[in-house]
Write a protein that binds this ligand. Structure first.
Ligand SMILES: Nc1ncnc2c1ncn2[C@@H]1O[C@H](COP(=O)(O)OP(=O)(O)OP(=O)(O)O)[C@@H](O)[C@H]1O
Length: 252
């Protein structure tokens, strides 16, 4: 089944073409690494795919639901945005219980699941403290749990390891892989390329709102001429270097 499908998806902000006729076909059960330089249009794409921003033109379906059908979309997706929506005055327990309530999750099993997830991220002993006393990494952990609590078929993660210590970052990496292995689809945007190299099944590179490359990490990093491997970072820098790109233009 196709988890994310976009057709000529486009977003303009005045004269700025932020996303330009994007065509994606992402099957269920994969981790899709969505890369691009600053300002490439990644956040704009994710906001359209999560129903937070109306496309200027084109269409998109997530979990079989049109992104314009926001009510139906809510149960299909989880979203960890760059700036997580948390209530500073709430404790982690309260925040997650509230999020579960908004989604009508059954109380008993959900409380157990919240506790298990908090424990997995070493947060259980802090779970009754207010979020305004949390470090950036602790907030990030709560926001991640909130995004996956209802086990949505498709989850969008924007820089999920931001502010996390190496152990917590490793836990998230393993979980991302685990989610996909359980059949969920993970749309992952990050500037930390080794994370993508490690967990992604497919990598898409966006530049100036256009998808300029899409392949498996292995194929992308295999040098066609020499047969040698290069890093995903090298590939990214080569593909998104506008000066190099201009140099290889015919007659350029
Ligand atoms: N609300 C807005 N109003 C006007 N222009 C915007 C708005 N949001 C984004 N843009 C512009 O759209 C383009 C894409 O921005 P976007 O935030 O989607 O990029 P990004 O790939 O997520 O960047 P980053 O990696 O820096 O987070 C940029 O040129 C940006 O200036």
């Amino acid at each position: 089944m196709t988890a994310i499908e976009t057709t000529a998806l486009t977003k303009r902000y005045g004269d700025t073409l932020a996303v330009d006729s994007l065509a994606l076909q992402i099957p269920s059960g994969v981790v899709y690494g969505f890369l691009g330089p600053n300002g490439a249009g990644k956040t704009t794409t994710m906001r359209m795919l999560t129903g937070l921003l109306t496309p200027s033109s084109g269409s998109a379906r997530v979990g079989g639901v049109s992104v314009t059908d926001r009510d139906a979309l809510r149960s299909q997706i989880g979203y960890l945005p760059e700036t997580p929506p948390l209530y500073d005055e709430a404790t982690a327990f309260e925040q997650l219980t509230y999020a579960a309530g908004l989604r009508d999750l059954p109380e008993g099993p959900t409380q157990d699941r919240i506790e298990t997830l908090l424990d997995d991220f070493d947060l259980l002993t802090d779970a009754d403290d207010r979020i305004d006393g949390y470090s950036k990494g602790m907030r990030q952990k709560v926001a991640y749990i909130q995004a996956v609590l209802h086990e949505p078929p498709v989850v969008f993660l924007d820089e999920p390891t931001s502010g996390l210590d190496p152990r917590a970052a490793k836990t998230i990496r393993q979980r991302i892989r685990g989610l996909a292995d359980d059949g969920m689809t993970v749309f992952l945007s990050t500037h930390i390329l080794p994370v993508v190299e490690d967990v992604a099944d497919t990598v898409g590179i966006l530049a100036d709102g256009e998808l300029i490359a899409e392949d498996t990490p292995d194929s992308m990093t295999q040098r066609a001429e020499s047969g040698q491997k290069q890093s995903l970072e090298d590939v990214f820098l080569e593909l998104t270097d506008t000066e190099t790109a201009a140099e290889v233009q015919p007659n350029g």
